[in-house]
Design a protein around this ligand. Structure first.
Ligand SMILES: Cc1cc2nc3c(=O)[nH]c(=O)nc-3n(C[C@H](O)[C@H](O)[C@H](O)COP(=O)(O)OP(=O)(O)OC[C@H]3O[C@@H](n4cnc5c(N)ncnc54)[C@H](O)[C@@H]3O)c2cc1C
Length: 300
């Protein structure tokens, strides 16, 4: 950890909440579903679609999962009523994974079932490595029951190629978001060299697309966007076979360029009352984000 990173971690509790709020406001749609809906409408006018994320993770009691499920059900209903081009992304540790796997499975099943009734889709986010196997198990169980569910693979994980191969073997068609991975992981489980992480990203995207999977290319790294363009060109893919995905508030210029190229672009839209916990936890886990945030705020 560099000096700047250490300073961020050490100094974070001293930063007043309104200041963190100012940092966060660019990346978080607001506290309520109403606010998130307005952000989605704006994104749609720019030619983007969205995925809604209700902020929260690592709940400590089952009582905390119920409001999360209810909030997601409301979000699915609202997306349907207002005919928004949006789906939902869920974190399993918010739905009880750390407490009881079967309970978590039942919660996600409720969401996928409702999404299915409404013609919508549920993406299961990938969290840190202690939860990778359970997350893929839950995905796989639910994929046998439903076709409107997808998972996420992280290119920094050493196991990822094997994981997508196993899922492609078990299921006729899979929908996968490919990202680099956001958590700090030990070297035994995750690549540390950015060149390898990037090459692995391209390998995963290529393997998935070559096998007919639907891929969400989730990155703000223009080199990886270009590499995806190359793969799409070489495999002569149709636009229905993939999409690009970016986080709200990050490199809007690149976002517009991808949309201008005629590609589907989905923006990840987090919202909820837990924005402060989410923002500070992310910054503590990965202080490099703070550097990006500061760079963007300063307009460098
Ligand atoms: C739609 C979406 C969903 C994701 N879901 C998951 C998930 O389920 N599990 C998971 O582990 N990770 C997830 N991630 C995070 C991902 O793993 C990366 O950590 C993150 O996207 C940064 O990697 P990058 O590919 O953009 O490349 P980087 O090389 O990290 O970033 C490229 C450039 O983008 C800018 N940038 C990147 N991130 C930020 C930021 N947060 N704020 C400001 N500027 C930034 C910087 O200018 C940077 O130079 C998701 C990312 C996206 C886009």
């Amino acid at each position: 950890m560099g000096l700047f990173d250490k300073l961020v971690v050490w100094g974070l509790p001293l930063v007043p909440k309104p200041v963190v709020g100012k940092f966060a406001s660019r990346y978080i749609a607001g506290e309520t579903l109403d606010e998130a809906v307005e952000v989605i409408k704006d994104l749609q006018t720019e030619g983007c679609c969205a995925t809604l994320d209700v902020l929260g993770e690592f709940i400590k009691s089952k009582e905390e999962a119920e409001p999360a499920v209810e909030e997601y059900l409301s979000a699915l209903n609202r997306i349907h009523e207002q005919k928004l081009d949006a789906n939902i992304s869920v974190k399993l540790t918010m739905l009880g994974l750390t407490l009881d796997k079967e309970y978590c499975l039942a919660n996600v099943r409720r969401l996928i079932l409702r999404a299915k009734e409404l013609g919508n889709f549920v993406r299961i986010d990938m969290e840190d490595s202690p939860w990778t196997t359970d997350t893929l198990d839950i995905y796989s169980t639910l994929r046998k029951e439903f076709d409107n569910v997808g998972f996420v693979i992280q290119s920094y994980m050493r196991r990822s190629l094997k994981d997508i191969q196993a899922q492609m073997k078990s299921h006729k068609k899979v929908s996968v978001r490919v990202c680099k991975g956001i958590y700090i992981e030990p070297r035994e489980v995750a690549y540390k060299d950015m060149a390898i992480i990037n090459s692995n990203f391209n390998l995963l995207v290529r393997e998935l697309l070559r096998n007919g999977s639907y891929v969400g290319v989730a990155t703000h790294d223009e080199r990886l966007v270009w590499a995806a363009y190359q793969i799409i060109h070489e495999l002569k893919l149709k636009s229905e076979q993939f999409e690009f995905q970016m986080l709200l508030g990050v490199d809007e210029q690149l976002r517009n360029l991808i949309v201008k190229d005629g590609h589907r672009l989905r923006v990840y839209v987090p919202y909820g009352r837990q924005w402060y916990q989410y923002s500070t936890r992310r910054l503590k886990e990965n202080p490099k984000i703070a550097a990006n945030v500061l760079k963007n705020l300063a307009g460098w």
